[in-house]
Design a protein around this ligand. Structure first.
Ligand SMILES: [Zn+2]
Length: 257
């Protein structure tokens, strides 16, 4: 789709001899960061485009970018929707999910940030629902990709979080039996257990996939098997591994004209 661009950054650029670290934290202000960011944007889109970031707070707030004002104040929200071309939407993550959505028919895109709090608050279904009501998007047409995040291999949670997930997803029929792993690969991919009581681990991307499909997205149009950021610490930043002190990666999506 030549009108659409997207990408996920890593901890370091591939093939970089200088071992440059790509930290896109909340305050992208120093010269080195700005220059790296501009280079990245050029690589993605072939030109210099504005990148809109958010002040992310693990909320279900969504910002609809219907008019672009350069140097406008940064909005506090965890999802962005736009139909404006020549603007890139960015989400900053280290372990949390970044979800990029595009509707090829109406050419509307969204970028969402969600950790366990965001998933429980419903930022993902709320974004899809807003795309439907405000932009006439049909979820059946949408394609989505979930970026690298902490995997079920490493994401142990306490009783409070586990119970909140069990309650919410059980109601919607979405906590799958771990035995599902014995099913054929495609089924396994679409129906990963959201919570594994044996290991007390949560599968954020499976929960997100479930929510996207509940909104009407077709299973084969959701790409959701991202590598684990905690396991692959040399490749990705991990908030948990870094005990809260780590950089941020970017997930970017944009419409080109
Ligand atoms: Zn892992």
């Amino acid at each position: 789709m030549p009108w659409l661009t997207h990408g996920f950054t890593l901890r370091h650029p591939i093939n970089s001899k200088a071992k440059l670290t790509l930290d896109f934290n909340n305050q992208i202000h120093n010269k080195k960061q700005i220059s790296t960011q501009n280079q990245l944007i050029k690589t993605l889109s072939g030109k210099t485009l504005p990148l809109v970031l958010l002040n992310q707070t693990h909320s279900e707030k969504i910002y609809c970018l219907d008019r672009f004002i350069p140097d406008d104040s940064i909005k506090t929200a965890d999802a962005l929707i736009t139909r404006l071309p020549e603007i890139l939407l960015g989400i900053q993550v280290a372990d949390c999910l970044s979800i990029l959505v595009a509707d090829p028919s109406s050419r509307v895109i969204a970028a969402i940030h969600a950790g366990w709090r965001g998933l429980l608050k419903g930022v993902v279904p709320k974004t899809i629902s807003l795309m439907q009501s405000n932009y006439s998007v049909n979820p059946k047409n949408c394609i989505a990709v979930i970026g690298p995040s902490i995997g079920s291999c490493c994401y142990q949670v306490g009783d409070e979080v586990a119970n909140a997930f069990l309650e919410l997803f059980k109601k919607q029929g979405g906590i799958f039996d771990p035995k599902v792993n014995s099913l054929p690969h495609s089924m396994e991919l679409y129906n990963r257990p959201i919570y594994n009581p044996k290991t007390r681990t949560l599968n954020l991307s499976a929960a997100c996939r479930f929510q996207l499909q509940s909104c009407g997205l077709m299973p084969d149009k959701v790409s959701s098997d991202p590598p684990c950021t905690f396991c692959h610490n040399k490749v990705f930043f991990s908030y948990r591994r870094g005990k809260g002190r780590t950089g941020r990666m970017l997930a970017i999506i944009g419409l080109l004209s």
